[in-house]
Design a protein around this ligand. Structure first.
Ligand code: FAD
Length: 405
């Protein structure tokens, strides 16, 4: 019976262990994770958990008992330091050497750091792990000032949560709009306005030069040009860097992520890579890409588990993502690759709308704000490559069922 070793006990790694058992894998499973916690969900760390609306136990993917019942051997606080693909072993920092028949790399990504003066001051924070989130929560509260460097999803969610906790939030963004890398302009403007109306302020086109501090603690963020944004804490939310080093050192093919096929298999047939660290095929878009989302982690965990037990893999899913801010539920399906037109359906001012991105008459992506029917129908149109009538699509009086041309 094959022995599977999983490196990285996050959303992807923890789910892979569960799918392996669900699919009938009977051999040993060892799950190695650097963090002290059982595999847990990260999305609430900037949302419900940060606002105090979810407790720590609710974050765990599976309760402690499950691992004993499912016979999954845990090595928490275990750091894999090297792979020997010839001998099929993983070495841990503790000195332990673990053999495998199949290896799943689920090492995720780490928060990117800003290599600028003052970055090591107390109160300069990141938000990737539960421990990071504890640090951020401790810095928030009525009257505190949080500077958020980076107007991406994590930064904006943290700003919304900070407001809910009575803190002030100032978002500092290098680009001319928030969400510049990940959303269209309509969405950027909408989110900035929505935050602005709830007391968040913005510094756009702003280059952060240094963190200023006193007695070892951050007191402000210095921008190019000299302006200082005063703060009690600064959250750096400038993206994530995939943890590819283990794979790279072991000679596996990497391209800004570990390159895998539709079975999540790397250039070594006994080694799989899943989740944020994987550079994976997107058959719908005929390209390879690295995705950072829970649905992607789950899909690839299924692909690897299916390949290992020798059953047919899941059919490819449309990539999707969500973000919650205030009372807004943003859901995004697909990626706007090669789109040549956009259609806004619904009422932006009423915070209930969807932006469709089309290539010819095919929907490539949909960004839906408080519009689940548009998201659901859009996702299906993307999956099925169904041509749509643009006139019908732009008229919210015509149901989504009827927009197919
Ligand atoms: P991770 O969850 O990062 O897990 C990787 C694990 O591997 C980590 O625990 C790491 O410590 C461990 N590890 C790394 N190297 C080693 C090693 N050498 N040895 C042992 N262990 C190692 N996605 C959404 O879809 N929707 C959201 O709303 C959303 N919100 C988010 C909010 C926040 C604050 C964050 C941080 C992420 C959010 N995401 C969201 C993204 C989502 O959480 C990730 O896509 C998902 O966690 C990826 O799972 P993963 O297992 O690949 O990586």
């Amino acid at each position: 019976k094959a022995k599977v070793v999983i490196v990285g006990a996050g959303h992807a790694g923890g789910s892979a262990a569960a799918f392996l058992r669900q699919y009938g894998h009977e051999g040993p499973i060892v799950l190695i994770g650097e963090e002290p916690l059982l595999p847990y969900q990260r999305p609430p760390l900037s949302k419900a958990w940060l606002k105090g609306e979810a407790d720590a136990d609710s974050l765990a993917l599976k309760p402690q008992e499950w691992y004993a019942e499912a016979n999954v051997a845990l090595r928490l606080q275990g750091v894999a330091t090297s792979l020997n693909r010839g001998a099929r072993t993983v070495s841990l920092a503790s000195g332990e050497v673990i053999t495998y028949d199949f290896l799943i790399l689920a090492t995720g990504a780490r928060a990117r750091e800003l290599p600028i003066p003052g970055a090591d001051l107390a109160g300069v924070l990141a938000l990737r792990t539960a421990a990071d989130a504890e640090g951020l929560k401790a810095a928030l509260g009525a009257g505190k000032r949080l500077a958020v460097v980076g107007g991406g999803y994590v930064g904006l969610e943290a700003a919304a949560s900070a407001r809910a906790l009575g803190a002030q939030a100032i978002v500092i963004e290098r680009e001319s709009r928030v969400l510049a890398r990940v959303a269209c302009e309509t969405l950027s403007t909408f989110f900035q306005d929505y935050h602005g109306a709830r007391g968040v302020t913005f510094e756009l086109n702003a280059n952060v030069e240094a963190f200023e501090g006193e007695n070892g603690r951050v007191t402000g963020v210095r921008l190019k040009g000299g302006e200082i944004v005063a703060c009690d804490a600064a959250l750096v939310g400038v993206g994530a860097h995939p943890n590819v080093e283990l794979a790279q050192d072991a000679g596996l093919e990497c391209a800004g992520g570990i390159v895998v096929d539709l079975e999540a298999r790397t250039s070594d047939p006994r080694v799989f890579a899943i989740g944020d660290v994987a550079h994976r095929p997107l058959p719908l878009y005929e390209r390879q890409f690295r995705l950072e989302s829970v649905p992607n982690a789950l899909e690839q965990a299924k692909q690897a588990a299916a390949a290992i037990v020798g059953r047919a893999g899941p059919s490819p899913e449309v990539p999707w993502f969500w973000s919650d801010q205030y009372d807004l539920k943003l859901q995004i399906a697909g990626l706007p690759f090669d789109a040549d037109s956009t259609i806004v359906r619904g009422d932006v001012a009423a915070a209930k709308f969807a932006v469709f991105h089309l290539k010819g008459d095919l929907v490539q992506a949909v960004e839906a704000v408080n519009a689940p029917p548009e998201f659901m129908a859009g996702k299906q149109l993307i999956a099925k490559r169904t041509p749509v009538s643009k006139t019908k699509l732009s008229d919210p009086a015509i149901s989504m069922k009827e927009v197919a041309a």
